[in-house]
Design a protein around this ligand. Structure first.
Ligand code: KIV
Length: 272
């Protein structure tokens, strides 16, 4: 009898596809550093995204536009070192794939070589078709991202729900079919009507991962700091909070401040 534990096997793009085929939901979360990624992985996450939401969460920028490829690579290196089981993918940041397929491939290759991650995510459909094709041809798994695409915030002007109108919904469907046919291993759908997201998931063969896209898709993704309650100022309808780390951290840190100020810390047992 084998002692090999199927559950502990490394998640791959192929196993995510199998999960979709078997009707098993896919759990995904962002991480940007070694410590958090180790915990997230040990808790049983299937896919960890080093999202360019690091621009907001880790660097305090208003949008994801300013983050650089070097910064994404630094975050991803830490995450990859902390993960044993989950599939780790990295966002190609704004400005590092839109200009040409050559630029896109060079950026994706840097991510793969320098971080050890297993794929990249890119925002957009037919507009970036050639860049996606070039990266896929090099053997690098690509996850698409449609619907609300935060890198285009300066074009759209708001973070409101996307694809509510027929024309935009049709374009999203066409783009999802295109990404699937080209060979993307998954597609993230962000902030679109649940019925449209469910339709996409039923029509494409690759797994569809939703964020604010309802329950009819193949998996869900959230930003770790949002679902852990570290970011109290952000409360979209789709966000379920699984913790209140802002309170936990503030209480613990102010307790420490008090203990230092009152000379309670360190005590005799806490010194050499
Ligand atoms: O950057 C990010 O965190 C993302 C997720 C919200 C899907 O793209």
């Amino acid at each position: 009898m084998s002692t090999y534990n199927e559950e502990k096997r490394k998640v791959t793009t192929a196993s995510l596809r199998k999960m979709k085929m078997n009707g098993q939901k896919i759990a995904c979360l962002t991480s940007y550093d070694y410590s958090m990624a180790s915990l997230v992985d040990a808790a049983g996450m299937d896919l960890i995204l080093v999202g360019d939401s690091a621009a907001n969460v880790m660097m305090g920028y208003e949008t994801t536009v300013p983050i650089t490829l070097d910064e994404m690579i630094t975050y991803a290196k830490g995450v990859v070192r902390g993960v044993k089981r989950a599939l780790v993918i990295v966002d190609l940041p704004f400005g590092y794939y839109q200009a040409s397929p050559d630029m896109a491939l060079a950026s994706a290759v840097r991510i793969m070589k320098e971080t050890g991650a297993e794929g990249v995510k890119m925002e957009g459909g037919s507009e970036i078709r050639e860049s996606i094709e070039r990266i896929l041809t090099a053997g690098i798994p690509v996850c698409g991202h449609l619907g609300l695409t935060p890198q285009s915030i300066n074009k759209f002007g708001t973070y409101n729900v996307r694809a509510k109108e027929e024309a935009e919904a049709q374009k999203l469907l066409d783009d999802a079919r295109l990404l699937d046919e080209m060979g993307c291993f998954a597609i993230v759908l962000e902030k679109i009507p649940a019925a449209l997201a469910a339709r996409v998931a039923s029509e494409v063969s690759c797994p569809v991962i939703g964020i604010g896209a309802g329950g009819g898709v193949d998996g869900q993704i959230l930003v770790a700091q949002d679902m852990l309650g570290m970011n109290q100022g952000f409360s979209p309808r789709f966000l379920r909070r699984y913790g209140d780390l802002a309170t936990v951290i503030t209480d613990a840190v102010s307790h420490y401040v008090d203990d230092v100020k009152t000379s309670d810390f360190p005590n005799e047992k806490e010194q050499y």
